[in-house]
Design a protein around this ligand. Structure first.
Ligand SMILES: Cc1cc2nc3c(=O)[nH]c(=O)nc-3n(C[C@H](O)[C@H](O)[C@H](O)COP(=O)(O)O)c2cc1C
Length: 314
């Protein structure tokens, strides 16, 4: 099996997950320079700002980087063209089926890697000609599915004949080693990079992450069908309370409208949406991206070596 770094031309088999309103060209370049694959999160951008961010990223790194496109974005069609025009090498997609873009992207030599939360979608996407699959468990921050990384990854590995990247609940070498043990060729991480020095979120957001304990995340929108994992705060607790009480979608929409931007740019930790995964409780300090990804990789290496001894003699 080829490891993800051999597939992508990166130093480490690690992808920095696309994060709307957070993963700018500058942040993606910092992650690529640190040896991971940096991804520009196009979620909060428009066609002009996406193009600017791609160009900025190219100025700041000569390493491979990519773009994450959320397929429900109103400008997804325009984004699909921009990545071709700007010579982007890797595209990851979320929230839907990228089928209609694949021929165009493949003709441009782009490596296409959709994110899935269930094996059935992975199987379907394989037939459409994608290059690899990111299997993202519900431990992850942001939009989530139902299945855990532990249950999902091996089932996606068995379902497709493609490289599978594990995401959700990975913040140190032990978890990365576990992902490789499940059959993944590498990992995608998001939450652990939020507390990097280079991550452009408000310091209040970072402080809330550093304070969080293991059980401090909650999923809003599970009942309504748009599940998003965030830190518990006034907004998310009230959302879930009203959701359980049967509030309608429009009522609930009021809580989330602009809430990620409020958290990221204004540092509003009461009514902002502090998207974060269950590994938040493992984050204890602000560190350079380079240290975070090197520790992930080296920690996995060390853990795998230790595990051979754990198995004893056969
Ligand atoms: C704040 C935040 C925003 C995110 N936004 C996006 C996004 O715009 N598109 C996407 O495909 N995934 C998004 N994700 C998911 C990440 O790309 C990644 O798959 C996930 O964070 C991995 O799980 P982890 O949080 O446990 O590390 C987001 C995650 C976080 C924490």
């Amino acid at each position: 099996m080829k490891l993800l770094n051999e597939i992508l031309g990166t130093r480490y088999p690690i992808i920095q997950g696309g994060m709307a309103n957070i993963a700018t060209g500058e942040f993606a370049a910092a992650c690529s320079n640190a040896g991971a694959l940096g991804l520009i999160g196009s979620g909060g951008m428009n066609a002009d700002t996406l193009r600017e961010n791609i160009r900025r990223c190219k100025e700041l790194t000569d390493r491979p980087f990519g773009v994450n496109i959320m397929l429900m974005h109103p400008q997804a069609d325009a984004f699909a063209d921009i990545v071709v025009e700007e010579g982007v090498r890797v595209v990851t997609t979320g929230a839907g089926n990228p089928g209609k873009y694949i021929a165009k992207w493949k003709a441009a030599g782009i490596t296409v890697i959709p994110v899935v939360a269930a094996a059935v979608l992975a199987r379907h996407l394989e037939k459409l000609g994608v290059d690899a699959i990111i299997a993202e468990g519900t431990e992850s921050g942001g939009h989530v599915g139902e299945m855990t990384t532990m249950a999902l990854v091996p089932q996606v590995v068995d379902a497709v004949n493609l490289p599978v990247i594990a995401a959700g609940g990975i913040a140190d070498g032990r978890q990365m080693a576990a992902a490789l043990a499940l059959g993944a060729c590498g990992v995608q991480v998001g939450t652990c990079l939020l507390v990097s020095r280079e991550c452009p979120i408000h310091e209040n957001y970072k402080a809330a992450l550093l304070k969080a304990k293991d059980s401090d995340t909650i999923v809003t929108g599970r009942i309504g069908g748009t599940p998003v994992r965030v830190l518990k705060n006034k907004m998310s607790r009230e959302y879930v309370r009203q959701e359980k009480a049967g509030a309608d979608k429009m009522e609930l929409e009021k809580f989330t409208l602009g809430s990620l931007r409020r958290a990221v740019f204004e540092g509003d930790t009461d009514t902002g949406s502090l998207m974060a995964g269950q590994v938040s409780g493992m984050l204890h300090e602000i560190r350079p991206v380079a240290d975070i990804v090197a520790d992930l990789n080296d920690g996995a290496f060390a853990r795998i070596a230790e595990m051979q001894q754990l198995c004893g003699n056969r």
